[in-house]
Design a protein around this ligand. Structure first.
Ligand SMILES: [Zn+2]
Length: 358
């Protein structure tokens, strides 16, 4: 399929480049991609408007919605016999992790923490992402989309790293719920936001046809967009939230859901709390063991915040001390260990100022 170039970074991880995607790949599941692609690959797909849409999928190997969505988009275009409305640069990321159906292999750095701005710039993955961003930057991208799934009960939502109108317009093509965040660092959308309007979209649990259809519609809408509208996204069209803090379980602490003794004994359906406006006092669980462990509460942005004020432990119970809206609270122990327990958010206005909710 016309491999064009590809160099091995001095650390040994190679970015493969291809022109076009053979029809055969449109039927291959994410888990089987390793049989067809040699590794992380940038695929160029021709389109009418030469300024490309950059799309990344499978930065996390077990999050297949992006790949399925792109298959849907390309299949539909091919059946129509028309070229894409806009050229596309498609990055198919962690094929090795997809083979094992895991987010990241133990031997790898997280493919969505390794982009410019990363805390691990010496990692081979970071060298590859730097090379990739250079290539994409030279093509003057029109916009960038990174497609993910998550492990808890969450609605579909878009995330941006800037509050500029074009970024919000792009996000709004996917959902009215838009989360503004500046941490974690090293993510695709933050790196691409320096070049063009960029979003991360979170499409709920993997493996859903409905989620893939929604992501496909979004990619098609972005491909069809000739320019970003001049007018602002109307306020009533947008639920804007900001990540206030990231909740982590200390690496040496134990945790459980709905029963077994552990340092943190979270309620059974912790992820059911996601995206609801929770009042102070909402129960997250109780302390077990010696009852002396505390969650790590890390500011989610560059602002003044008293992270310790968010969770209270009175009487050995783990409760929200302040009103907040959680996201990505997960019941998946691997996600807790590899990433975090979840996020706490607040509503903000267009200037980034927090809106107090009654
Ligand atoms: Zn992900």
């Amino acid at each position: 399929m016309g491999q064009t170039a590809g160099r091995t970074s001095n650390t040994g991880l190679r970015l493969h480049r291809f022109e076009d995607l053979p029809d055969q790949l449109l039927e291959v599941a994410a888990r089987e991609l390793w049989q067809h692609l040699p590794g992380a690959s940038l695929v160029e797909i021709a389109g009418r408007d030469p300024r490309p849409l950059f799309v990344s999928v499978l930065l996390h190997g077990n999050e297949d919605t992006g790949w399925t969505a792109l298959q849907n988009v390309l299949r539909r275009y091919r059946q129509s016999g028309l070229p894409l409305a806009r050229r596309m640069l498609l990055f198919v990321g962690n094929i090795a992790a997809a083979k094992e159906n895991v987010r990241t292999l133990d031997t790898q750095s997280d493919y969505n923490r390794a982009w410019p701005g990363t805390r691990y710039p010496e990692a081979p993955e970071a060298a590859m992402m730097r090379e990739l961003v250079e290539i994409v930057a030279a093509e003057r991208p029109f916009a960038s989309i990174d497609i993910h799934n998550n492990t808890g009960n969450n609605p579909h939502y878009a995330c941006v790293n800037r509050l500029e109108e074009s970024y919000l317009h792009l996000a709004r093509l996917f959902s009215r719920t838009v989360v503004f965040f500046t941490r974690p660092v090293g993510v695709q959308s933050a790196a691409m936001a320096r070049l063009c309007p960029a979003v991360t979209v979170e499409c709920g649990l993997p493996g859903s046809d409905a989620a893939a259809a929604h992501a496909a519609e979004f990619v098609e809408a972005a491909l069809a967009l000739k320019a970003f509208p001049e007018h602002p996204v109307p306020d009533h069209d947008l639920d804007l939230l900001q990540t206030a803090v990231i909740l982590r379980v200390p690496p040496d602490a134990s945790f459980s859901y709905g029963g077994a003794d552990a340092d943190f004994r979270f309620i059974e359906n912790l992820d059911r709390l996601n995206f609801s406006e929770l009042p102070p006092g909402t129960l997250f669980g109780e302390l077990g063991g010696n009852k002396d462990r505390r969650l790590a509460v890390v500011p989610g942005g560059e602002f003044e915040i008293e992270p310790d004020g968010y969770i209270a432990y009175d009487g050995g119970e783990i409760r929200l001390a302040l009103g907040a809206i959680p996201a990505m609270l997960t019941r998946d122990p691997r996600a807790v260990r590899l990433d975090c327990l979840g996020y706490l958010m607040h509503r903000i206005d267009r200037t980034g100022r927090r809106i107090e909710t009654p």
